[in-house]
Ligand binder design. Structure first.
Ligand SMILES: Cc1ncc(COP(=O)(O)O)c(C=O)c1O
Length: 375
């Protein structure tokens, strides 16, 4: 096997207008966050997501940090979120002195089990953070209902589902503040990048200010609040704009990849495949995940190691927040158990799922899985 035979877990497609727009940055000298692509990317992306404001930042984690701070979540406030998610979701909650309150995952969609949310609401609850995981959206209707009844804010992390909809409405349009990531495995990439989305003028203003060191419009270097420098560059926005032009095509390709894997892997004993659809959305297969039954002779780590030897790059599922050593050391989640998240965190992993994947590669990956698992 040579490096060129290796099938990476992700590879982006950059063969649209990316080079042309990047060259415009170089030719004009606009490479910082002051360049014209930033505004164009923010406006075009926000419009596509059905939002009034888009605030571009340097990554999706930063977008979540700003969202939590912009909502003034702080010491003693509680935020309900899934345990089965990336660490990015909890960072600013924990750093600000607020308390993350978890719910388990749904065993079929791998999203937060929305039936568990209401029991976790207390007088201190300030927000629910929903995170759409791996390609199917969170069941939003019950979440919106709880948020309304208890007067809670919604932070929506739509990093993995750019281009997905819930009952026909764009993911990224449901939160008081929503966020996305433009990391290269996302449906729109800027290398590193993210965006905050909102319809609220004040939240937008606060987010813009937090992103940019809280410089003041009148007296630039006099600061009344602590911000961050989380600005995106014009170079990144140029990439993002070119990518966004192809979003529908990219979602179509992701669906095709997922359906091809479904065809080749359905019926493989002992393996749970992604749910193709729910009654509120069809899967867009941001990644193609597998969960291995206890009956198999491999766990996820072992199978991934065997697949790597056959030239197939994979990634494990998220490790649940309640098991994260750093959070446990901070005193969170004592004695709490979330059996679904624990199981899929241990037994789940995903196959190569990037936009550059070819049919031949998919067939090769599926054959390798079949050979190893059915053996
Ligand atoms: C659900 C989710 N939220 C947030 C992030 C963080 O985004 P970034 O890597 O751009 O910081 C990711 C990252 O991949 C993610 O999957």
């Amino acid at each position: 096997m040579t490096m060129s035979d290796f099938i990476p877990v992700n590879e982006p497609l950059l063969d649209g207008n990316e080079k042309k727009y990047l060259m415009q940055c170089i030719d004009t000298g606009w490479i910082s966050s002051e360049g014209p692509f930033i505004k164009e990317f923010e406006e075009t992306f926000a419009a596509r997501m059905g939002r009034k404001h888009g605030i571009a930042v340097c990554n999706g984690t930063a977008a979540l940090d700003v969202a939590v701070e912009a909502l003034e979540i702080g010491p003693g406030d509680e935020v309900i979120l899934p345990t089965f998610t990336i660490i990015s979701c909890v960072l600013q909650i924990a750093r600000s002195g607020a308390i993350p309150v978890l719910v388990d995952a749904d065993p079929l969609t791998w999203n937060m089990d929305v039936t568990q949310i209401e029991a976790r609401v207390t007088p201190r609850t300030k927000a629910i953070m929903v995170v759409h995981i791996y390609g199917l959206p969170v069941h939003m209707d019950p979440v919106l209902d709880i948020a309304k009844r208890y007067d809670l804010k919604i932070i929506e992390d739509a990093a993995e589902v750019i281009g997905q909809t819930y009952r026909g409405k764009p993911c990224g349009s449901f939160g008081e503040i929503s966020t996305v990531s433009f990391y290269p495995n996302k449906h729109v990439t800027t290398g590193e990048g993210g965006m905050i989305l909102t319809d609220d003028d004040e939240l937008a203003e606060r987010s813009r200010s937090l992103r940019n060191l809280c410089f003041q419009p009148k007296r630039r270097f006099v600061h009344e609040q602590l911000g961050w420098n989380l600005r995106m560059t014009n170079l990144q926005a140029a990439l993002g704009l070119a990518q966004l032009e192809r979003l529908d095509e990219f979602i179509g390709k992701k669906r095709w990849i997922g359906c091809r894997y479904n065809e080749l892997l359905t019926g493989l004993a002992g393996v749970q495949l992604p749910s193709p659809a729910t009654d509120y959305a069809e899967n867009i297969y941001w990644v193609y995940g597998l969960v291995l039954n206890e009956s198999l002779r491999f766990d996820a780590q072992e199978l991934m190691a065997h697949l790597a030897k056959l030239g197939v790059g994979c990634r494990p599922f998220f490790y649940p927040l309640h098991q994260q050593p750093v959070l446990r050391e901070m005193g969170f989640f004592k004695g709490e158990q979330y059996p679904v998240a624990e199981r899929i965190g241990e037994r789940g992993f995903y196959l190569p799922s990037g936009l550059a994947l070819t049919e031949k590669q998919i067939d090769q990956v599926a054959l390798a899985c079949r050979d190893l698992i059915a053996y």
